[in-house]
Design a binder for this molecule. Structure first.
Ligand SMILES: [Zn+2]
Ligand SMILES: [Zn+2]
Length: 296
């Protein structure tokens, strides 16, 4: 069965038998060891002075030493947010208060970048683990500001603008594939998931940007993020994953803020790169049923 992703226009092939493929490669690739880790306190001389610190200096924002863009012809900014002092822990291990402070930090960074009129779009993301593209094992996020709107975002905004004059996400029946909900947020497996066990996290009310969440909203977001990741980790232990934030940055009122968690289980290879199509071996209703059933 082939489905088209409503928002991005990308195609996904649901191929259920592929989940049973034998795996030859069991990769444990070692990234930077603690002794040489630039994000560990004892090696802080290897990095620039933090631009911002909160939560007892546990969370620190620094300039990326190797920015994808900087002050050249095509302007951009590139930061790294180190979100823990611990070398081996990540979001799956943090408590809600800790994650709340990370989310608060994101809000402060977005507020700060909004003032920079040269920026058209800001992408917040996390690559956790080598299969997710991380080059440092110490938990961190990246924040990239661009002077242009990427094609994918442009496509999504156009699609949302044309949707029956209402917000697609405010209308969606997320309860069908619900993973978890609290008062302000839901986590669910979208019908058109491109990846196995992909989870989308969304506020239940219409906001375009994480910047507009109040304290209660930020706590609810920390809660839903923590529970979603811990549930995923019960299905795949020591999971590598990407987290992507989708925020309107300037005036896209049609945008509905959401977060995508992408478990990385070797699901990007030649076919995906060459065709732009994806293969998903777990139906979203089965994925959500399994995740919902997990008691933490
Ligand atoms: Zn470290
Ligand atoms: Zn909405």
């Amino acid at each position: 069965m082939i489905k088209q992703n409503f928002l991005t226009g990308e195609y996904v092939v649901f191929s259920l038998g592929r989940a049973n493929r034998p795996k030859d490669i069991k990769g444990e690739v070692l990234l930077t060891p603690k002794e040489r880790c630039p994000f560990c306190e004892e090696n802080s001389h290897l990095i620039e002075k933090p631009l911002y610190k909160i939560y007892n200096n546990e969370i620190k924002l620094i300039n990326n030493k190797y920015p994808i863009l900087s002050n050249g012809k095509d302007y951009g900014v590139h930061f790294v947010l180190i979100d823990t002092k611990s070398h081996n822990k990540n979001l799956i291990h943090f408590d809600i208060k800790h994650i709340y402070y990370i989310m608060k930090c994101m809000k402060d960074i977005l507020d700060m970048l909004y003032i920079d009129k040269k920026l058209r779009y800001v992408q917040i993301f996390k690559n956790q683990g080598v299969n997710a593209g991380a080059s440092q094992s110490h938990s961190h996020w990246q924040i990239i500001g661009l002077s242009m709107l990427p094609n994918k975002q442009r496509y999504m905004i156009d699609k949302l603008k044309k949707y029956r004059g209402k917000c697609y996400f405010c209308e969606i029946d997320y309860f069908k594939n619900l993973v978890y909900e609290n008062n302000s947020f839901v986590a669910f497996c979208p019908e058109d998931s491109l990846y196995c066990y992909e989870i989308k996290i969304m506020p239940k009310y219409h906001i375009t940007n994480l910047r507009y969440l109040d304290e209660t909203g930020l706590i609810a977001l920390a809660d839903v993020l923590s529970i979603s990741l811990r549930k995923l980790n019960k299905i795949y232990e020591n999971l590598d994953y990407n987290i992507c934030f989708y925020n309107a940055f300037r005036k896209e009122d049609e945008y509905h803020f959401f977060i995508q968690i992408i478990p990385r289980m070797g699901n990007m290879a030649g076919f995906e790169f060459s065709t732009g199509m994806f293969v998903n071996s777990v139906l979203p209703d089965i994925a959500s049923e399994n995740l919902r059933a997990i008691k933490l």
